[in-house]
Design a binder for this molecule. Structure first.
Ligand SMILES: C[S@@+](CC[C@H](N)C(=O)[O-])C[C@H]1O[C@@H](n2cnc3c(N)ncnc32)[C@H](O)[C@@H]1O
Length: 277
């Protein structure tokens, strides 16, 4: 461990010397982040959790007491199963946890983990089948789409996915229920949060310590579901409509309204025009 520490520190110092003061800070920050992330990973391993992300849900729970014993929880984007493990602990024997992910998950005792795309109607049918007509107390979503590396595109796809998850799952959430979801900060976050607000009486942003420092991820923690106050229209449509206004609109209307104008084209008279008179 000490060898690892000095190796990184030494390497960072050498790079920083050529990069100047700002480079020095950037390298130091990077090292601290990596060190923290590794420390959460080690803790996860030592505690028997499959992923360091388990600590993010634990920290959300410590702060907001989202999940209670006996609750019915839907875990969206559950692979490899860290949140499902924590959710099972929190709901206890009387509770129920259903998870869904594109990737198959190794079983977690006490949870039903489905493989499929949550936006696919067939997967949605399977989730409804697991609910057996019951409503959920809490939805926890750590979903993040496949990253292409093109930051703007990834971030915008991630926000749309969150809106889709909400459109599908909010009707399954009990009155008074809770919801948490990962968001990536950037264009559209404020508009998405505005679209979510009418559905809950409390909507807060939270950055767990277990999230990487440099990461733009933040969790939205929503409590006290208020379905009677929420608009009946699709959350994704409201979000995209607001975003369109901010971005100045992305589409040209099919048949634009004719615009009255006093502008006239003056053509030079031809010989024929003159002869016609
Ligand atoms: C950060 S991981 C979740 C980690 C998990 N919370 C844990 O603690 O083990 C995000 C997951 O979202 C899943 N995902 C992305 N798009 C999805 C979709 N449309 N439907 C279901 N899962 C999806 C990915 O496959 C990925 O496993």
């Amino acid at each position: 461990m000490i060898a690892c520490f000095s190796f990184h520190a030494g390497k960072g110092f050498m790079r920083a010397r050529s990069a100047g003061v700002n480079g020095d800070l950037a390298v130091a920050d990077h090292w601290v982040e990596n060190h923290k992330r590794d420390s959460w990973r080690r803790q996860a391993k030592a505690s028997g959790y499959r992923a360091r992300s388990a600590f993010k849900l634990k920290q959300i729970q410590e702060r907001f007491q989202l999940v209670r014993e006996g609750d019915f929880v839907l875990d969206v984007g559950c692979h490899p199963g860290g949140w499902a493990q924590v959710a099972v602990e929190l709901v206890g024997e009387k509770g129920k946890v259903v998870g869904v992910d594109l990737e198959p998950c190794a079983p977690v005792e006490g949870a039903v983990l489905l493989t499929g795309d949550i936006t696919d109607p067939m997967t949605q049918e399977r989730i409804l089948g697991e609910l057996e007509g019951e409503l959920l107390n809490v939805i926890v979503s750590d979903i993040s789409p496949h990253i292409t590396g093109k930051w703007d595109m990834d971030q915008s796809v991630a926000l749309t996915l969150v809106a889709d998850v909400m459109d599908f799952s909010l009707p399954l959430l009990k009155k008074g229920g809770g919801f948490t979801t990962k968001l990536f900060q950037g264009v559209g976050v404020e508009e998405l949060i505005r679209a979510v607000r009418p559905h809950f009486s409390s909507v807060r942003r939270f950055s767990p310590d277990a999230s990487r420092n440099s990461s733009s991820e933040v969790y939205l923690v929503c409590k006290h579901h208020t379905p009677w106050k929420a608009p009946k229209t699709s959350l994704r449509q409201r979000f995209e409509a607001e975003l369109d206004v901010v971005l100045g609109g992305s589409e040209i209307a099919d048949e634009p309204e004719p615009v009255a104008s006093s502008f006239k084209v003056l053509k030079k008279k031809t010989k024929e025009d003159i002869e016609e008179r």
